[in-house]
Design a protein. Structure first.
Length: 473
């Protein structure tokens, strides 16, 4: 299998951990950690038990040695039978040492140099402690014992030391005896966890298979009633995404259908005018036909531009809006200024009324400029020569309102809402257009969470189009 290569660096991309692996690690890691801690604790107690057991054996040896000590005229002697010495020295795992000192600390018998206890103890009570003898760690049992027949009552010190091999062996055996059941239990827990994870991930596997088996045209929502509660939120989010994709594809298909329908007639007219010009012989007739052809080309160009504007303004069109805080009054004034030459050609008075204070909104400057351009294009196109058009920007409670008012023929009340529909034109207006200007205005307004409306102008004459934007925070 070829490794996945990163697009930026060209290096192999790290493999992503699967949810199954993450769950198994999350569940098994505590089990392994608890087992390790349990093993350490078990070994500690096992070694303590082994130490306690062998400490009793050392005490018995010290007690046996104390019984073999006798007082003599010159002092004391230790009469250990050869069999007892052989028992002390015949251990195959450990070395055993002993030492006997008189009450003054003088050496009597045994192995010299065993570490002495830190504190004295009452006679007959053993003292256990750790030490080192001849380079090896040892466990020592010290016993202060009284010797019968001595005139003084001071006890003698008897020490028996043993290396630690048997203790470690016994601790290991105890630990292994305890670990085997724990290991079997861990294996059983691992099997149960693996089965539980596989069973828990079955709904995700079924969901993955359902999505994989779908056609790319099937954007219907996924079933949510058969999935666990933790996955239901994910499925709900996927259904929301599918709904948005369906909306975007429907808008795209609707745009393609509308564009094909609207472009078919003008393109057919262009082809007819071109064929007519090719058949004509007279220069005057050719020029007349070319003039009609130029006019038709201008209309078709305007239609294509409007269609492209509508496609960009539709939701899901693919262009990410760059929303920035901007001053609507300044933007509207600059855009209005650009349309003044067009208004002068039609002998129309185009003015602007607005204050830059408190007119900040969050929006895409290119979209808002295109929206105002469509409003001005409609107003100039349908207003008679000598008319007036006014662009206003006003700020109210939480809103910044952009309006375009003209004193043209106006729009009848039954038509005021329908003019926002695509390709709808008011009959008898006498002006050329494609019926997309106000549709573009509404699409752009909706993408900015703005409210658009249309009504009569001042005195009930003309047309007033308003777009109310939320104020920037």
């Amino acid at each position: 299998m070829n490794p996945i290569i990163s697009e930026r660096t060209g290096a192999p991309a790290p493999e992503k951990a699967t949810l199954r692996r993450q769950l198994l690690i999350s569940l098994l890691a505590p089990v392994v950690l608890v087992t390790l801690i349990s093993s350490v604790i078990s070994y500690y107690y096992a070694f303590n038990f082994a130490t306690l057991a062998y400490d009793y054996s050392l005490f018995d040896s010290a007690l046996d040695i104390s019984r073999q000590i006798h007082a003599t005229d010159g002092g004391m002697r230790v009469d250990l039978p050869r069999a007892a010495l052989d028992m002390l020295e015949s251990d195959k795992h450990d070395r055993i040492y002993y030492m006997v000192n008189d009450p003054k600390g003088a050496f009597i018998a045994g192995h010299r140099g065993l570490p002495l206890p830190n504190e004295p103890a009452p006679a007959g009570k053993p003292v256990y402690y750790d030490g080192s003898y001849r380079g090896s760690p040892v466990r020592i049992a010290a016993l202060y014992s009284m010797v019968p027949g001595r005139p003084d009552q001071d006890p003698i010190l008897i020490q028996v030391a043993e290396t630690l091999n048997k203790r470690h062996i016994l601790a290991d055996e105890i630990l292994l005896g305890m670990l085997w059941p724990e290991l079997l239990l861990i294996v059983l827990v691992v099997v149960l966890i693996w089965y539980g994870v596989e069973r828990g991930l079955r709904p995700l596997t079924a969901l993955q298979q359902e999505i994989s088996n779908r056609s790319h045209r099937d954007l219907s929502p996924l079933a949510e009633h058969n999935v666990p509660g933790e996955v239901r939120a994910l499925v709900h989010a996927m259904n929301d995404l599918l709904a948005r994709l369906n909306e975007a594809m429907s808008a795209q298909q609707r745009f393609i259908a509308d564009a094909a329908h609207q472009l078919r007639t003008p393109l057919a007219g262009l082809k007819t005018q071109t064929e007519l010009a090719l058949r004509q012989q007279e220069l005057g007739e050719v020029q007349h036909t070319l003039q009609h052809l130029n006019t038709a080309t201008g209309r078709t160009t305007h239609l294509v531009n409007q269609l492209l504007s509508l496609a960009r303004a539709e939701p899901g069109a693919g262009r990410t809006q760059a929303l920035h805080v901007l001053n609507l009054s300044d933007l509207a004034r600059d855009t209005t200024t650009e349309w003044v030459p067009r208004a002068i050609e039609r002998n129309i008075d185009l003015g602007f009324d607005g204050t830059p204070a408190d007119a900040a909104i969050e929006g895409d400057a290119l979209f808002i400029k295109e929206m105002l351009g469509n409003l001005l294009d409609n107003a100039i196109r349908y207003t008679q020569s000598g008319g007036q058009i006014t662009v206003r920007v006003s700020a109210g409670s939480g809103k910044v309102e952009l309006s375009v008012e003209d004193n043209g023929p106006g729009i009848p009340a039954p038509e005021r809402e329908r003019v926002f529909e695509r390709f709808h034109r008011v009959l008898g207006s006498g002006a050329e257009g494609c019926g997309l200007g106000l549709a573009i205005v509404r699409e752009i307004a909706q993408t900015h969470n703005a409210e658009s409306g249309l009504g009569p102008g001042a005195g009930g004459r003309g047309t007033l189009v308003t777009v109310a934007f939320p104020k920037a925070a």
